[in-house]
Design a protein around this ligand. Structure first.
Ligand code: SF4
Length: 420
């Protein structure tokens, strides 16, 4: 392998749960002329490929709840195998942003809090300036680290970026990354279980013009390689694109967005996993828009069959809103794919039965992805414990799965939460 002329390399650890973040991060590294590789699998041989040639390595990873145990092992392995002069670890992503101390105590040298597009390249340049030594300590907005007493130092946060000035993909060979296209970041709602608003604040939108340029790239990049060019949209609530008022879809902007994308011969997927839409955004006008996209399944966040729980969650909609979305979508031949959460704090047995009752009802013409509540750092429910599942409730979940009404990672999330 031909090595670059610099004395350092950024090695980004690829994981199927977190790799979307690397589209924007590698684009920013590219723009800042920072050499990088994206890799998966064994970390020691990959790092040694570079350290054996005298390179300093910056190991980067994005963190989520479900990747924590692997991350912990990798950080420990790095700490036990390499000196800090050889490898500096920098961790970003939702979990690290919400609980930087936990990640630093696992062995990370730095945490990037919130958006990494600006902070990560600046941190690398700062490290380069001091020849990849951890001394003196770096003061840079958006980072956290432990001082010499192992106390947490959290620098002031960095102003949020204008998405239009940052590319969400990288075509850089040999590590091109083309994740679904992020059309907005942040959310106007404040659900207590969700990290999005606490990490990214209120919504910011990528303009239609800027999205058009990205589509142009995706089309020309994939058209020679694939039979169909698929354009997938990612957003906390795709139907909230360019909303002027919280809870009211901007039909004009949504139409313009779809029209712009469909100027190309592509298959457009809107409102599909991992994005979802809020139920009250499903209006008759909105449903008619789905005739212009490829997918007939629409992911909708219903979250609970109990109005009491929805209010506790601070969801901002009730059960009727979910049922109405179900009617509107199924009447027009679409299949809603509803997300529900069980085990939220203070949930009663009756709440759980209410949710399962609704799920069985919806299961006639829709699909349901059931999740078990996981307290996420940085959210108002970060320190809350999941409510236990009542035994009969658990049996009913088994029957719903057997009847093929349920899909999702419920069992894995449930066992994960029990292990903690
Ligand atoms: S769950 Fe959805 S609507 Fe609620 S805060 Fe998160 S992104 Fe926003």
């Amino acid at each position: 392998m031909v090595k670059n002329g610099n004395k350092y390399i950024v090695l980004l650890y690829w994981d199927k749960i977190t790799w979307y973040a690397f589209g924007a991060i590698t684009a920013s590294l590219n723009q800042s002329h920072i050499p990088f590789e994206v890799f998966k699998g064994e970390i020691i041989p990959k790092i040694e490929e570079w350290t054996n040639d005298g390179y300093s390595v910056i190991f980067g990873e994005s963190s989520r709840n479900m990747t924590l145990s692997g991350l912990k092992t990798r950080l420990k392995t790095i700490e036990n195998t390499f000196s800090s002069k050889e490898v500096i670890s920098v961790i970003g992503g939702p979990h690290a942003s919400g609980n930087p101390l936990q990640i630093l105590n696992m062995g990370a040298n730095f945490v990037v809090i919130g958006e990494g597009e600006v902070t990560f390249p600046k941190l690398i340049h700062s490290l380069e300036m001091q020849d990849f030594s951890l001394q003196p300590q770096i003061n840079l907005p958006g980072i956290a680290y432990l001082d010499s007493n192992r106390d947490l130092v959290k620098a002031p946060s960095r102003p949020r970026i204008d998405l239009n000035h940052y590319c969400p993909y990288s075509a850089h060979e040999p590590f091109p990354l083309h994740p679904p296209i992020e059309i907005m970041r942040g959310c106007a709602f404040r659900c207590r279980f969700c990290q999005v608003p606490y990490m990214y604040g209120n919504p910011r939108f990528r303009s239609i013009e800027s999205i058009g340029k990205i589509i142009d790239h995706y089309y020309h990049y994939f058209q020679p390689l694939k039979k169909h060019v698929d354009i997938r949209i990612i957003a906390p609530n795709s139907l909230g694109y360019m909303e002027k008022k919280r809870g009211v879809p901007n039909i004009f902007a949504l139409k313009e967005l779809i029209k712009r994308i469909r100027q190309y011969e592509v298959r457009l997927f809107l409102g599909t996993f991992p994005s979802e839409v809020r139920p009250e955004y499903i209006t008759e006008d909105v449903v008619s828009l789905f005739s212009t996209v490829e997918n007939t399944q629409i992911s909708v966040g219903f979250q609970s069959g109990s109005d009491r729980v929805l209010s506790d969650m601070r969801r901002g909609h009730n059960v009727d809103a979910g049922l109405q979305a179900y009617e509107l979508l199924t009447d027009q031949g679409y299949t809603p794919k509803f997300d529900f959460i069980l085990g939220t704090p203070y949930e009663t047995e009756q709440d759980q039965w209410d949710t399962l009752g609704i799920i069985r009802e919806l299961g006639k013409k829709s699909q349901v992805r059931l999740h078990y509540f996981m307290p996420l750092p940085g959210t108002p429910w970060a320190l809350e414990n999941p409510s236990p599942l009542f035994p009969q409730v658990h049996s009913e979940i088994g029957r719903l799965a057997h009847d093929e009404i349920l899909s999702g990672d419920f069992d894995r999330q449930y066992s994960f939460s029990k292990r903690k």
